[in-house]
Design a protein around this ligand. Sequence first.
Ligand SMILES: [Zn+2]
Length: 1001
Amino acid sequence: MAHRITAPAMQRAQRLLDQRVQPFVHTDAINFVVEATPETFESVGFAAAVGGPRSTFAIGSKWGTPWHTTWFRLTATVPEHLDGRPLHAMIDLGFRGRGDGFETEALVYRDSRVLHAIQPDRRTVDLGTPGAGEALELWVEAAATPIIAGHEFGYGPTLLGDPATAPQRPIYQLRRAELACFNPEVNALAVELHAVIDLTVDMDARDPQRPRLFAALEAAGNALDVADPVGTAGDARAELARVLRVGNGPGAHRIVATGHAHLDTAWLWPIRETRRKALRTFANAVNLLDRNPDAVYCHSQAQHYAWVAQDSPELFARITQLVAEGRWEPVGGMWVETDLNLPDGESLLRQMVQGQRAFRGWFGLTCNGAFLPDDFGYPAGLPQIVNHGGAQWFFTQKLSWNETNRFPHHTFWWEGLDGSRVFTHFSPVDTYNALNLPSQFRFAERNFSDHVGASTSLVLYGHGDGGGGPTQTMIDRARLAADLNGVPRVTMGKVADFFADSIDEYGADAPVWVGEMYFEKHRGTYSTQIGTKQGNRRSEQLLHEIEVWSALAGSRPGRIDEWWQRVLTQQFHDIIPGSSIAWVHDDAEAEHAAIAEEIGAEVRAVLAPTGKDTTIMNPSSAAFSGVIDVDGVPVHADIPAFGWSSPSPTLPADGTTCVQVGGDITVTGGGTSFTIDSNGTLTSIVHNGRDIIPADDFAGFVLRADTPAEYDNWDIDMADANRTAEFVAAAGPPTVVEQHALRTTVECTYGTGASTWTVRYSLTGSGRIDITLDADWHESERRMQWRVPTDIHSHEAVCGTQFGHVRRARHGNTSWDIARFEVCAHRYVAVAEPGFGVAIMADGPRGYDVRNDALQLTVMRSPRFPDPEADRGRQHVEWAVRPLDSLVDVAPLEEEAETLSHPPRVVPGSPTVPNDVVSWNVPGVLISALKPADDGSGDIIIRAWETTGGRRTGSFDVTGTRSAVPCDALEDPVAPALDRDGTGYAVTLGAFEIVTLRLTR
Ligand SMILES: [Zn+2]
């Protein structure tokens, strides 16, 4: 019965809104006179547009070649019938498909000042109440950003993501440019009608309030005279007020609503466009805050502020004022909203350092929380990184996307590897782009897991991903929900205040989640767009190296902050994961190449070698002893940490040998031997007499279908990971290409119909097998893995992560274990029994399948969306197999990984930096940064971390220093200075602890 009663009632209400109210929000329209500049690929800017050529543009005409910009000039003289009435400009650039930020958008200027954006949900410009005869002029900078994702193309390949392949024809149509009278009473009725309809639909049929909502809708319809909607809108509102005035009980859930615009620093648009999006988005927020004194807006990502400060100092000054008033809230303290899986630990810390420093400089404040709503996994070291960066709380919501398991808490303490805790909140509205609908607030209340002790949750409202932010309607809706029966009590407030109140209320009782927060989706992002990832790794290595050598040289490079900021920007959560359009990844690789050249030159300048001797520099914090190529010839070198030496004149006792029996080649050295057969498979890897590989199995390359249901560049689906893989045999028998006392190398070429790859297996006296792959890769929707089966009984794999390691199950005991079918690991993945084990070590690739009895490294993918050519072409990938005697103490493995992460540098001549001045005698502790202090004081900063998960004590010294003060990552002191005894400074580090010390000369 209910259905027969309610269905036509809701239909009537919806039609009332759509056809009898909404069209009368604006009336009495006339067309603007429109002119347009010739479109250009790069925007000419306001001054040039105003002063340049333009021609008449007919409303209804096409405009906008993809990625080009057109400036429109709109002019009108206020006619008599609009004299003194509230006027709006109404602009439709040809909006379609998905909403704000995903298609064309524009920025409006009036009287040479930035006003705000024009977007699908923000089509009007308030022109005040001008008198008849007054001349109006607007300039509109319209960007023809094409729709990449959405209804038009789904997840199919698109050529629109690269200006070189996008069609060269206009794709938008200027549908509307009108001057109209704005009727605020009708607008208010539209907002309220929409809210009551939304609430009625969402409410349970048995809720006693629901029939009253129906009655109010019916009464509102009766009160509105369709012949005079403007004149009777107030009567209809009075009917709705009967239900909108009914408040909530004292036990209602509470919501703090904060205006926000999630702005992806690059994604389906390049950084070039994000820079303009930031200006549009910030202008929108300033405009709204000016009109709504009770509203608050928060924005993260210092990089966006830096762009706006450069591009519109006037707007930035208004933002600075709003920050001072407490209405604009800088959040997160990071340079950008970084990806968390791929950057190394030092990069994550520098996100906090560069972000916090920028916010301090602009606004005199330090953010007290980390704000990362959209990350694809949360590593176990992050709580400590957040604390070390000066922040105490953490915000996200992305785990609501988990495919398998529901995360059990929304408000809780998150405890990291070392025991550090951050008070954490997941917004239960399951989005960072809320629209403030009553049904959304109600969902958040139902979804919230922590009602037992927490009365409040946080909702971020505003169009996001492509920016845009809140609208007036969203703010109006938040006000309607301040005290509304059936809806949580909504107040507009700041994120930091929400956290402070929440900690007060629930901090003592909140549950604790320990360890990583694995994201059960987007597992392909550990591997996709390998060129972007390798560029990042190279930049991270060079930044580490220039800091080491310049610290020892007693100088600070003038461009060091700029280099860091550029690298950090490229670590944004859609760039380094490989989930952007082709253009973004081309930009990223070019940026990393430019940075490598600039820092490389600076390294050479700082080292300033003289003479003719060859020197090998070791920028790592572990002593190096091994083989390195000098002019293509392997030499042996023993080099102290942060020091240098000449190639060793004598060969070490452990050499390598090679025997060939039939088609099998066996190479032996350093207690390890491996055999490769004529198929190009490794049939054995023997260490101290025991084979890692089971008797009936072999290690080699497999190809697997890689056909995600959605989000191609992001996702590897479980169905594909579990599909039968195709083994790839060699194209020809392997050959010995290098036979040297220090190193023996076997080469083998593999291929499919489309791709070929040549692989070199090298063994040195260290007993580690180094594998390099050079591919010409042209697969489509296939993934290459290198699989090594392990005859080792181990229920878990030890996986390196930032500032530590985590243990992950190799079985599927629980649904949480089952969901971890592909994991992210830094430096190594290892499995062991007591006395025997094996690790895959890799500094570039990060994706592994560690399940069951094999270790499988994802070497390459070939997804098609949003970059249809992702990863195709020439690729070079390196990894290694390290047999292990033990995994009880990971210190030796971490030390070896350290020298792989920061490989030696060959220098012609002797460097001028002092050698071997850092002595560090704390077993199991490595140094992630040795750098000049950021304040330019000449102090040296050392950042150390405990690698094994135990307490470590020892001492260290740097020649020529006289005091050491414990600091945080911002290099602010956190404890009294350490005493220096005869040999140096005594320190103790807890399990996985990060310690930063400032050394004064
Ligand atoms: Zn995002």
